[in-house]
Design a protein around this ligand. Structure first.
Ligand code: M6R
Length: 608
């Protein structure tokens, strides 16, 4: 999605702004631009394509501006060309605006402004904001922005500069994340902390309906209704190294390899062997509240939704509480029934996904206790939930989610353990699960040590244009996730199915050109999955099996076998997904794809 960076201080703004938007590249974008307050004039440069193009166009120009705003745009209204790139300006070119989000009533506002003589240069909804501000401007930029935003419906995170207010950025948020970074003699605005982490770790997250006036010496926050807000400074825990590639070719590969550490962090301090249960203080639920839970709803999008499906198997099997899993985008527009005793978990890596946030708010409106499973500390979802558990995976920058997925499953296993031990689960069973959980990071490392084998298989199959992924039981969602990973970064068509469903349709696709990735672990459904493999082989399909260490039988059936360590059935997704992540990565690499920034995708989807 779009990215915003703003700087006002005593240094030259251009390098800070350019470096900032580069840090946001991973979020997905199709054009980039910058506006500077340069010696009393407003200067712009904006271009379709990568930031490199913008950089080339800025090269050789000596800018001294110490205040400016920059943007990466992910097109929603109007094609991704130079004109539609942000920043956008008012009629006179005095005011520049960068915007994340969507202005829903832009057509009626445009008509209104045209009636007042305004002319528009772009197809964007954002340009309306610049003109509306101009319409209300009398020298006080903050007041003009406030008045303009009162007329706007939709979502926005904006940063605004004006030629006549040279040391000032006005930022405002409604539904699109924005953070103010506090420095000494300089201050920052960004849509994501990674853009400003090099300069400051002291930040304030704007809430919906808040505006900030940012100058070199400080910032003040107020609401749309002009009520002053006392800023709450927070310290960012992430380090700069965590947002660098650290010698890996891609963030995705780095993040795949970070999984042993991430999984360790997700369980750190949360395992209680004495009582055979987990400690999850972040849930902020009293004993009686935990005991009164009689229904769980898990809601999320994309990969986080796949983690939710795994959560359903875990919680229903082991805690014996009925679970429903729902796409957040559907949940928000249904009229979900939420009787007493229902707890809703929203799962989100970024904590900013618009659909998940809307589902959270809908559940809260209906009176549910809503808990979060998030990665990004201080994100909107983390702030708006009644309690929750951070997965502590560290920054995930590759658009394809990897370490967040396994860490979400780790946290869901801990939730299961807690809820289960308060009900039917014995202390022995609890300890057995804990032991399994403790071993996961080492086992993941063993799979990663075998990455070369997966790479060889990827080399053999990278030219195929269709893949099928099959799994059963708790590994069915892993099949979905494996297929999603391949689709996202290699643009190969891939489908995930419960293995037994194959004969109800997808079997028609099987021939020698259809590689089928089958998760066939030695668990309660093993024999059934072997039968499915036989059905594939009988039709000349090619089978790549993910199997349990020591299983020789499968070698006779599958074309390729990738072994993973033996593991408890309920914890197996944290292992079985690893070869599938690697397979997707190496196939995409072979095809020359932009692994970290696949086309059309955004890291956090902050629009509907
Ligand atoms: O940040 P979230 O977990 O809420 O994001 C949800 C999805 O947008 C995300 O998982 C998406 O499907 C990823 N690209 C998957 O790799």
């Amino acid at each position: 999605m779009c990215g915003i960076v703003g700087y006002v201080g005593d240094k030259t703004a251009v390098p800070i702004l350019m470096e900032g938007i580069k840090k946001l590249e991973y979020r997905g974008y199709d054009s980039a631009g910058i506006a500077l307050l340069e010696r009393g004039e407003m200067v712009f440069q904006k271009n379709a394509g990568k930031i490199k193009v913008l950089e080339e166009n800025l090269a050789g120009k000596r800018f001294t501006a110490t205040c400016g705003i920059a943007h990466t745009r992910w097109a929603t209204h109007g094609e991704p060309n130079d004109t539609n790139a942000h920043p956008h300006t008012d009629e006179s070119g005095r005011i520049a605006v960068v915007h994340n989000g969507i202005i829903e009533n832009y057509r009626s506002l445009k008509k209104y402004l045209e009636g007042k003589g305004h002319t528009f240069r772009t197809e964007t909804d954002t340009e309306i904001i610049a003109h509306l501000i101009e319409d209300n401007y009398d020298g006080d930029l903050l007041s003009a922005v406030r008045k303009a935003l009162k007329r706007v419906e939709g979502t926005y995170g904006i940063a605004v500069v004006c030629k006549e207010n040279p040391d000032e950025i006005i930022a405002a948020r409604h539904g699109s994340p924005l953070v103010i970074g506090s420095g000494s003699g300089e201050n920052f605005v960004a849509s994501d902390v990674s853009a400003i982490l090099r300069h400051t770790k002291q930040v304030v997250y704007l809430e919906d309906g808040e505006l900030a006036r940012v100058t070199p010496d400080g910032f003040s926050i107020s609401t749309l209704q002009n009520v002053e807000v006392t800023p709450e400074l927070q310290e960012i825990e992430w380090s700069l190294e965590q947002i660098e590639k650290g010698g890996f070719e891609h963030f995705m590969l780095k993040e795949i390899y970070e999984q042993p550490v991430a999984l360790q962090n997700a369980q750190r301090g949360r395992l209680d062997f004495e009582d055979g249960m987990s400690r999850l203080a972040g849930l902020q639920l009293q004993l009686d509240e935990l005991l009164s839970i009689n229904r769980v709803i898990l809601t999320a999008c994309g990969t986080s939704w796949h983690a939710a499906l795994i959560g359903e198997y875990l919680i229903e099997d082991l805690s014996r509480i009925p679970v429903e899993v729902e796409y957040a985008s559907e949940f928000r527009y249904r009229s979900p029934i939420i009787p007493d005793g229902t707890v809703v978990f929203v799962i989100s890596q970024s904590g900013e996904t618009a659909d998940t946030l809307a589902a959270l708010r809908e559940a809260k409106r209906k009176g549910a206790t809503v808990l979060g499973i998030c990665n990004v500390v201080g994100s909107t979802i983390a702030r708006e939930t009644n309690g929750g558990i951070y997965i502590h995976a560290g920054p995930e920058i590759g658009v394809a989610s990897t370490k967040a997925f396994t860490s979400q499953i780790m946290v869901l296993s801990l939730v299961t353990l807690l809820l289960g031990r308060m009900r039917h689960m014995s202390i022995e069973k609890g300890r057995q699960l804990l032991e399994g959980i403790r071993n996961i990071p080492t086992q993941v490392q063993l799979i990663l040590d075998n990455a070369e084998q997966v790479k060889r298989i990827a080399d053999m199959y990278c030219d195929h244009n269709n893949f099928l992924y099959l799994g059963r039981g708790i590994n069915f969602p892993v099949a979905l996730e494996g297929a999603l990973k391949l689709k996202e970064i290699s643009y190969i068509h891939a489908e995930g199915y419960p293995a037994a469903e194959m004969k109800h349709g997808p079997i028609a696709l099987i021939d020698e050109n259809m590689p089928v990735v089958v998760i066939a672990l030695k668990d309660q459904v093993y024999d059934k999955v072997l039968s499915n493999i036989q059905e594939i082989k009988a039709r000349n399909g090619r089978v790549i099996a993910v199997a349990s260490q020591g299983d020789d039988e499968i070698k006779r059936l599958a074309d390729h076998v990738i072994y993973i360590p033996n593991v408890l059935y309920h914890l197996s997704p944290m292992l079985s997904i690893i070869p599938l992540q690697l397979l997707a990565y190496y196939i995409a690499l072979n095809r020359g794809r932009d692994v970290d920034q696949p086309r059309n995708l955004a890291k956090s989807v902050t629009v509907e």
